[in-house]
Design a protein around this ligand. Sequence first.
Ligand code: DAT
Ligand code: MG
Length: 150
Amino acid sequence: MIERTFVMLKPDAVQRGLMGDIVARLERKGYKPVAMKLMHIPRELAERHYGEHKGKSFFMGLIDYITSGPVLVMVWEGENVVADMRAMMGKTNPKDALPGTIRGDFAQQTGRNIIHGSDSVESAKREIALFFNDYELQSWKLTSEPWLFE
Ligand code: DAT
Ligand code: MG
């Protein structure tokens, strides 16, 4: 099933110069970029995005972190991309993330785990709508499709 997912490279990924490495991994996998922009998230939007964690001990620290500098927000399309992007990211706590995953290779602590990806198709729809207008989502044909899909 072709899906879309929302991915955010957090302020630490941007500051540490990891955007290119991470985007390259997603391109090499054959995923299609549908939207991308660098933005400084307003606090109110960050709180809505992470609404499910409101009230938890780490919530304020998480909002401070995510609003501390520009992030790269993106939408990527591909087969089973929601679950498979989570697998490419690795576990939330980089200590548990396997080598070869993005968090496993580039991060050390949960509070600085460099990347966000939607955890379900429903979350993806909600998050894409929070960060992008329809006109920012590109519908286009990837010419490598015959080499990705039989
Ligand atoms: P994920 O980002 O893997 O979907 P999550 O939705 O459970 O994980 O949590 C959102 C973010 O909140 C996570 O990327 C980092 C932060 N976070 C989660 N649990 C935490 C904890 N126990 N201590 C500090 N930060 C935490
Ligand atoms: Mg989550």
